[in-house]
Design a protein around this ligand. Structure first.
Ligand SMILES: *Cc1c(COP(=O)(O)O)cnc(C)c1O
Length: 385
């Protein structure tokens, strides 16, 4: 099989799997207990916390383990909204956030918060001026993602965080697509709260973290035991957390080398597709873009039909759009970039990772033009053009 959907999830690195295996049977103790196998696990969890902190240039005390990116986004946004209710009810985000952010904002809007959605340009870059002008005295939070999962565009986080700081507003960033892929420093980026998720960079699924800068106070979302200083209850996901730590350690050591390798593969794929298939639109920013992501629209046909045909050849990619409940609405991200409906329907996302090989690219470049040609032959739009 050829897997090219790394922005959706990644396979677990075998070294991560090897590290965590022992925590399912021999070392299964609950870290909150007092006997040896529990105390030792607690120590390992603290080591994992240090590794996460190191990867994003934070202090270990500022890292809280969660069940993943979605929970971290929910906690940062709802936690801020509830903690600062006395101060205001206005939140600024963007039109191209992940649904973990968009639907959390939608929930808050239902219970009385006001949300402003900043637009983006045709490359998916957030309108910073719009963000600045949207600020009012009720604004309590700005939440803008670091890189977009569909098109890979990297946002001007430093600029936006500076605006937040000048106005005394909390700044959260969904960094699920960048942590472990590119160097991320919460200090350089000026981030108050950051969401990350292990399964997007070769760690296990169902575990992540929220970074909360010292001094930032947010309300608890998951009430329970005294875990995570009483701020996030629930028995520790020991294998998950230790796996996240291991994934951070590996990323720290190998990231730079991988960036180069994966970028070369992505560029080869992009160039090859443009050479072999006419009427292709590349989405996202030409340079300010994740090095592993290639999002494009194949004009005159449906991205979904291309995917089914690729699937038949055991090539796994995505359309980038969340075609929920069978209603084939094109991606909210592409529409926000101003791509017309009929073109957005033809979207395809190839997101590469460290296990992709040169041969994978060759195979896609051999198979895809044939699929597109076949589908265009039976497309009424292709005929009429
Ligand atoms: C995958 C993803 C999430 C959700 O993370 P989970 O750990 O799967 O809950 C949130 N934001 C972005 C940008 C993502 O790519």
């Amino acid at each position: 099989m050829i897997y090219m959907d790394y922005n959706a999830t990644t396979p677990t690195d075998p070294r991560v799997l090897e590290t965590i295996k022992i925590y399912f049977f021999e070392k299964f103790g609950n870290p909150s207990s007092i006997y040896k196998i529990a105390r030792e696990n607690k120590k390992e969890i603290e080591k994992a916390r240090e590794k996460v902190a190191k990867l994003i240039d934070a202090n270990p005390e500022e890292i809280y383990f969660t069940s993943g990116g979605t929970e971290s986004d929910n906690w940062a946004i709802i936690g801020t909204a509830f903690a600062l209710k006395h101060k205001g009810n206005h939140i600024i985000t963007s039109q191209i956030e992940h649904h973990a952010v968009l639907n959390t904002c939608k929930f808050l809007n239902r219970i009385g918060y006001e949300i402003t959605y900043a637009p983006v340009d045709r490359f998916g870059i957030v309108d910073v001026d719009f963000v600045r002008k949207s600020i009012k005295k009720e604004t309590i939070l700005i939440t803008i993602m670091h890189a977009n999962n569909e098109i890979g565009t990297i946002e001007p986080i430093e600029e936006i965080s500076k605006i937040a700081k000048e106005n005394n507003i909390y700044f959260h960033s969904d960094c699920v697509q960048t942590v472990g892929k590119v160097p991320v420093s919460v200090k350089n980026l000026g981030i108050d709260m950051l969401s990350l998720s292990a399964h997007k960079f070769y760690g296990p699924k169902g575990v992540g973290a929220l970074y909360v800068k010292r001094g930032i106070k947010i309300e608890t979302l998951i009430h329970g035991g005294e875990q995570e200083k009483g701020k996030r209850g629930g028995t520790y996901n020991v294998p998950g957390i230790i796996g996240l730590g291991k994934a951070c350690e590996i990323a720290m050591e190998e990231m730079i080398e991988e960036m180069e390798k994966v970028k070369n593969l992505r560029d080869k794929l992009e160039k090859g597709i443009l050479e072999k298939i006419p009427e292709i639109v590349i989405n996202g920013h030409p340079e300010k873009r994740l090095y592993n992501t290639l999002n494009l629209c194949v004009k005159y046909i449906e991205g979904e039909s291309v995917l089914l045909n690729l699937d038949f050849e055991k090539i796994y990619a995505s359309s980038g759009s969340a075609c929920t409940s069978g209603s084939l609405e094109p991606s909210h991200v592409l529409l926000a970039c101003g791509i017309p409906h009929e073109i957005a329907h033809g979207s395809l996302r190839f997101s590469l990772g460290k296990y992709n090989k040169e041969e994978d690219i060759d195979k896609v470049l051999e198979v895809l033009p044939r699929i597109v040609e076949k589908l265009r032959k039976i497309s009424p739009f292709w005929e009429k053009k």
